[in-house]
Ligand binder design. Structure first.
Ligand code: F6R
Length: 261
């Protein structure tokens, strides 16, 4: 795992988007795993800018999102399909048929996970999975005690996640309490993981996930098992990390980071 600390949120966002863009330029048929949430909005704004101003071409890319609320239709402004269309898909030249999220309105809740897994497999697997981290340490909606081998399935959300996300709902109580999410095992199958974490409120949970023991109580800690992980953070989120000196040192000296410095 590599941890990269950038001075500000804007720098961390730019680096994250630059890594996605570079991979897409190298492989125009990239399969991206995507995340939603407040942290990612700026990443999608930057990818939109790169498309508009630098011609970044998404025409042969495919995407699979991590999660979707159960019971929200695509046109509900709190569904993750609505979020993705608004923040990214409507603004770039991706083919909508190549964008995938779990179907939150399915009649077959127990079958949806297997259907989604089969679609990921048919696309050749995820090349680069973008991740955020929840206040309770979740990746996707893999809440504490999710099996570290879990696959895409329906999941009951925690009170912490309700507190984090219900602010977007009107009234807050209308937030669904269940969601589909890729499993931790599904996420670990991606060929590369890029996690973006910003802001002081994430400092404690980031330190647990990155430097703490691997535990299903903090499902983000499972990324320690993956052999190609970059965690990009701003100074505020990095404030509780023990290895800061090394992380700065590595970014400032390692040749693979030269073009991003
Ligand atoms: C959403 C997802 C979640 C978020 C996490 C952080 O698709 O995967 O794990 O990344 O809840 O959300 P924000 O960025 O809103 O703090």
């Amino acid at each position: 795992m590599e941890v990269v600390i950038r001075p500000t949120e804007a720098d961390a966002v730019r680096l994250t988007a630059a890594i996605l863009a570079d991979d897409l330029r190298k492989n125009p048929e990239m399969v991206f795993g995507l995340a939603t949430g407040a942290t990612m909005e700026a990443v999608y704004a930057e990818l939109t800018r790169l498309h508009r101003e630098e011609g970044l071409d998404f025409s042969t890319a495919k995407t699979f999102n991590l999660d979707e609320y159960i019971g929200l239709p695509a046109d509900d402004k709190n569904s993750y399909r609505y979020y993705m269309n608004k923040h990214l898909f409507n603004n770039i030249n991706i083919k909508m048929a190549n964008t995938h999220l779990p179907n939150g309105m399915t009649d077959d809740i127990k079958g949806e996970g297997a259907r989604y897994e089969a679609a990921i497999k048919a696309a050749g697997g995820v090349d680069l999975q973008l991740l955020g981290i929840g206040q309770d340490g979740h990746i996707g909606f893999n809440e504490p005690l999710s099996s570290l081998a879990s696959r895409t399935r329906d999941k009951s959300l925690t009170p912490a996640t309700f507190r984090q996300n219900s602010i977007y709902f009107d009234p807050p109580e209308s937030m669904p309490l269940r969601a589909f999410t890729m499993g931790v095992g599904t996420i670990l199958d991606a060929r590369k993981l890029v996690m973006l974490v910003t802001g002081e409120r994430k400092a404690d949970i980031l330190a647990k996930a990155v430097e703490g023991p691997v535990s299903s109580m903090v499902t983000a800690s499972a990324i320690q098992f993956h052999n190609n992980v970059t965690v990009i953070v701003d100074e505020a989120a990095a404030s509780k990390l023990q290895g800061k000196e090394y992380y700065y040192w590595n970014f400032n000296h390692a040749p693979e980071w030269e073009k991003y410095r």
